[in-house]
Design a protein around this ligand. Structure first.
Ligand code: ADP
Length: 610
């Protein structure tokens, strides 16, 4: 098959065209030339023979005139013999008026002298009195020969035909000459063909080489290699084509590079976007998906590429791809139920100028936090309303009772009034707590830090509680040396008051509150643990006690005057000090509240200087 392809190549075709042109040219020249040559040679040959015949005729006439039938036969015989050794002449005969052969130049046919000839051409010449000629093939014993037969009637001066000169001339020599020339011609043609093929091969190469180069370059380009250039061999059209081709591939290379860098830029934008992106083909099957989308959906690329986008987002029952085009709304979707991630999804279509849709894009915006904040805000408002309504309702009913006459009852009225006052105090406390939280949320509450000796600071607080709470044992376990920390003493006092109050509030019987203070100089931090032997907190609720309004046992704690905001405020304060607060508890055995705070390493000298 390779040779067939080679045969069809431009190169071979060009060589074939050259060869054909040469053959046709040679043919035309050859046939014209040999025709002309043949004509020329035969006419020279014939005119030579005719000339001989004429000479013989004149001589025979003379002989007849002189001898008057005497010994003419001998004279004519002698005359003919003179011509016998001419190369082209085969035989000359003289035939008289009665068609009797009178003389012949040829030794072999001497025996025919005196016999009558019945040759048609001789008869014709004698009867018409005009010369004639024709060519025949004749066998002289050594193969057939082409001979030209010429008859010339011999006439006396008074125009009387006395005989006929019959000449057989060997015209083969002319044809031999012609075939020699033909042979030379054929050999010449062969040589020139050979030279043409070789030359044609090289000439064709100069044409086809740049074309082959360009073809190879095109196939390289189709593989994505634009760096190569074709060689320019000359200034002709092919050279210009090669130049244009090089320019073209340079342009394509530049365009390709542009597209590539554009694509890379887009890729990096998509990859690093904080929103999730899912791009599909026109049938809605996922083609591109970025890291963020995968993280949000909690899946891996292999899981979703090729799948239907609407199915992945569980929207296939709600609407179709066509509806995306018309609908520009966004949706809130639960895209990751296990991790509770909620995303706002916006769809858009990729439309070509012709209006043909080539794909769809879904942008996923994580709104989980937003939703949570929103939910917390709603819960907070509901909680506040609820917390305020309870004391207000009870106050309302007591005041109603007083109004309806209870004020006159000396035993009831003071009791009712004191309850009302308690509720008012509770409300004031609640409102104060809320106010403080709100201030901390808005960061409008200033914390004024100062360096304090923590042991002294905490001992003062414990002392105060020890004085008022006689039923509680306070244990202090603290390092000997002073620990310095930079805190807002008022705010931190509020934190410890709350923790200590809780420890006593949620304990029964022999109350015991332990204080463990440890410093970790390596991390520049200290840990305070406030441990009680109280009722404890169920394990699944320990984390929640720092939430606003959270109370483990709602009815009971409210009775104890708790707002459920104490630990939430404490957490805000501790975190504002770059600290951390958490709890550890065993139900029925007791609770530990841990607080870590940063400490200051102060040389004694420094402290003195202040
Ligand atoms: P409250 O004003 O109700 O005490 P807090 O925010 O201080 O509000 O505490 C939240 C809840 O955590 C309390 O209602 C109580 O149920 C629980 N709690 C806090 N400290 C303790 C503790 N030491 N022992 C047991 N439960 C506690």
């Amino acid at each position: 098959m390779k040779w067939l392809k080679q045969l069809q190549s431009l190169h071979t075709k060009l060589v074939i065209v050259y060869v054909l042109l040469i053959i046709i040219g040679m043919q035309i020249i050859g046939s014209y030339f040999t025709n002309k040559l043949e004509e020329e040679l035969t006419s020279t040959f014939k005119s030579n023979i005719q000339q001989y015949a004429k000479q013989i005729e004149i001589n025979i006439e003379k002989t007849y005139d002189k001898k008057k039938q005497g010994n003419t036969q001998k004279a004519v015989q002698n005359l003919l013999s003179e011509y016998a050794n001419r190369q082209e002449i085969e035989e000359i005969r003289f035939v008289n008026n009665d068609q009797i052969i009178m003389a012949t130049s040829k030794q072999a046919t001497r025996s025919l002298i005196g016999q009558k000839t019945n040759d048609n051409s001789v008869q014709k010449s004698l009867s018409i009195g005009e010369a004639n000629s024709h060519t025949v093939l004749k066998d002289y014993g050594n193969g057939k020969k082409r001979v030209w037969i010429y008859n010339l009637p011999v006439k006396t001066s008074n125009n009387k035909t006395i005989g006929d000169i019959y000449i057989e001339a060997d015209i083969n020599s002319v044809y031999n000459q012609l075939s020699d020339i033909n042979r030379i011609f054929i050999v010449g043609t062969g040589i020139s063909l050979l030279i043409t093929v070789i030359l044609g091969f090289f000439i064709a190469r100069t044409i086809t080489k740049p074309i082959t180069d360009m073809r190879n370059q095109t196939s390289e380009m189709s593989k994505g290699n634009y760096t190569q250039r074709v060689k320019i061999y000359g200034n002709d059209e092919i050279g210009e084509l090669a130049l244009a081709f090089n320019n073209l591939s340079k342009r394509v290379q530049e365009a390709q590079a542009n597209t590539e860098s554009e694509k890379r830029r887009l890729d990096s934008v998509i990859t690093h976007m904080s929103d999730g992106i899912i791009a599909t083909d026109r049938r809605g099957r996922v083609r591109i998906v970025n890291e963020m989308a995968l993280t949000m959906m909690g899946t891996i690329k292999e899981e979703i590429v090729g799948k239907h986008m609407l199915k992945l987002l569980k929207l296939e029952d709600d609407f179709s791809l066509d509806e995306i085009q018309e609908n520009n709304d966004s949706f809130l979707l639960d895209i990751n139920e296990t991790e509770g991630i909620i995303a706002r999804v916006n769809f858009s279509t990729i439309v070509q100028e012709t209006g043909f849709v080539t794909g769809y894009i879904a942008v996923l915006h994580d709104v989980t936090e937003q939703q949570q904040v929103e939910r917390e805000r709603r819960e907070f408002v509901a909680n506040v309303s609820h917390e305020l309504r309870t004391p207000l309702t009870s106050m309302n009913s007591y005041i109603e009772a007083l109004e309806e006459g209870a004020w006159k009852d000396e035993s009831l009225a003071p009791k009712f009034l004191s309850v009302t006052r308690e509720e008012t105090v509770r409300m004031i406390r609640l409102v104060n707590d809320l106010l403080q939280l709100s201030k901390m949320d808005n960061e409008s509450e200033q914390i004024t830090k100062e360096i304090v000796d923590f042991n002294r600071f905490i001992n003062k607080i414990i002392d105060r509680h020890e004085m008022s709470a006689k039923d509680t044992t306070f244990v202090r376990e603290m390092p000997e040396q002073a620990i310095f920390t930079e805190i807002d003493p008022d705010k931190m006092t509020q934190v410890f008051d709350n923790v200590i109050t809780n420890a006593m509030k949620y304990s029964r019987g022999d109350k015991r509150v332990e204080f463990h203070v440890k410093q970790n100089a390596l991390y520049n931090r200290m840990t305070i643990r406030v441990k009680d032997n109280g009722i404890g907190i169920p394990i699944n609720k320990v984390e929640k006690i720092f939430d606003r309004f959270y109370r483990v046992d709602k009815a009971r704690t409210r009775k104890m005057g708790g707002t459920g905001l104490g630990l939430a405020i404490s957490k805000e304060i501790v975190e504002a000090h770059n600290g951390r607060i958490w709890a550890n508890s065993v139900e029925g055995q007791g609770t530990s509240i841990f607080i870590t705070l940063p400490i200051e390493i102060i040389e004694d000298g420094d402290w003195d200087a202040e």
